[in-house]
Design a protein around this ligand. Structure first.
Ligand code: ZN
Length: 310
C-alpha cells in the first residue's frame, strides 16, 4: 500500500495578513509532522498548477478569470469577502491547491498509489461554482472529482467532508448531480448556515449530519457509523474524495465540536473500509480547515497514517 503526499511551496505564499486563522503556519505545521521518521514510506510530489480546462469544469470561465486576475502588489491584500483574502501569491497557491487534487486523482486512478493526500491551502469546500468565500477560492475537491469523471470514466463519485464547517460549495454541485454523493458532519447551527438534514439532494445523494456545539467524540462517531457511512456504502462509489478539515478538534479556536485526534484516525479507517468494498481501496484526500497548529498537525498526521494503513 502506497500513499502520495502532494504539496507546493507556493501554497505558503498565499498571505492572508496578520491575525488571520487560515495562515501559512498551518501548512508548515502539517508538513513538519509528515517529515517525521514515521512517514518514511510516504511519497512526496510537487503539486502542479490546475489548468483552465480543469478549473472550468466546475467554475465558469469568468469566475476563474476574475480570481486569477486578482494580483495585488507585494504586501497589499484584497478582500474577496468578509474573511477571504488574496495577496500577490494567492492566485498561484489556488492553482496549486486545485492542481494537487487533480494530481492526487491521477496518481490514484492511474494506479501509481492507493491513496493520496493534498497538503495545500487555500482550502476549497466553501467555494461554490460562482461564489468564492469562507477562506476558499476554487473548490479543490470538486475540481478533482470532475477530473476523475472526465479522465478516468468514473461514474459514481463520493465526496465526504468531516471539516467542522458545512461544505456548502461542494453541496451546491452535488445536490443537482446524481452521479455525486456528498456526506458531511459539521457543527450546526454554525457558519456557513447550510447543512440541515432536510437538504437531501436528489434521492438522498446528500447526507448532512449536523452536530450541536460541544457534541464530542461519541456523537461524531454515531453520526458517521449510523448515517453517513451506510449511505456512502449504499451509494457504492467508484472513488472517494475526502474534504479533510481538522477544525472539529477540541483545541480548535474557531469551533466547539470537541473531537479528539483519535476520532480523525477512526473516521479515516472507516472511510478506507468503504473504499475497500467499492473502489479497490482508492481514496483521495485534500486539506480543508484546522486552526490550532498542534491539533492540526496531530490530526492530519493521524489521518495520513490511516491512509498509509500503518
Ligand atoms: Zn472548517
Amino acid at each position: 500500500m502506497t500513499t502520495l503526499l502532494l504539496t507546493h511551496p507556493a501554497c505558503l505564499a498565499h498571505d492572508t495578513g496578520e491575525h488571520h486563522p487560515e495562515r501559512p503556519d498551518r501548512l508548515r505545521a502539517v508538513l513538519a509532522a509528515l517529515e517525521d521518521d514515521a512517514f518514511a514510506d510516504l511519497a512526496w510530489a510537487e503539486a502542479p498548477q490546475a489548468t483552465i480546462e480543469q478549473l472550468t469544469r466546475v467554475h465558469p470561465a469568468e469566475i476563474v478569470e476574475a480570481i486569477l486576475g486578482v494580483r495585488p502588489p507585494p504586501d497589499e491584500l484584497v478582500m474577496i469577502d468578509a474573511d477571504t483574502v488574496m495577496s500577490a501569491g494567492s492566485a498561484e497557491a489556488a492553482l496549486r491547491a486545485a492542481g494537487a487534487a487533480v494530481a492526487a486523482v491521477d496518481a490514484v486512478c492511474g494506479g501509481q498509489v492507493d491513496t493520496a493526500f493534498a497538503a495545500v491551502r487555500p482550502p476549497g469546500h466553501h467555494a461554490a461554482p460562482t461564489v468564492p468565500g469562507g477562506f476558499c477560492l476554487f473548490n479543490n475537491v470538486v475540481i478533482g472529482a470532475r477530473h476523475a469523471q472526465a479522465t478516468y470514466g468514473i461514474g459514481r463519485l463520493a465526496i465526504v467532508d468531516f471539516d467542522v464547517h458545512h461544505g456548502n460549495g461542494t453541496q451546491a454541485v452535488a445536490e443537482i448531480d446524481p452521479s455525486l454523493f456528498f456526506g458531511s458532519s459539521h457543527q450546526y447551527p454554525f457558519y456557513p448556515g447550510t447543512g440541515s438534514p432536510r437538504e437531501r439532494g436528489i434521492d438522498g445523494n446528500v447526507v448532512n449530519m449536523p452536530l450541536a456545539a460541544g457534541s464530542g467524540s461519541a456523537a461524531f462517531r454515531t453520526a458517521w457509523a449510523d448515517r453517513i457511512l451506510p449511505a456512502l456504502d449504499a451509494f457504492a462509489p467508484e472513488l472517494i474524495i475526502v474534504s479533510a478539515g481538522f477544525d472539529g478538534h477540541r483545541r480548535d479556536p474557531l469551533a466547539q465540536l470537541r473531537l479528539e485526534t483519535e476520532d480523525y484516525a477512526w473516521v479515516s479507517r472507516e472511510l478506507l473500509a468503504v473504499a475497500d468494498r467499492h473502489t479497490g481501496g482508492r481514496l483521495v484526500s485534500s486539506l480543508e480547515g484546522g486552526y490550532d497548529l498542534e491539533a492540526l498537525a496531530d490530526a492530519a498526521a493521524a489521518h495520513v497514517r490511516a491512509l498509509m494503513r500503518t
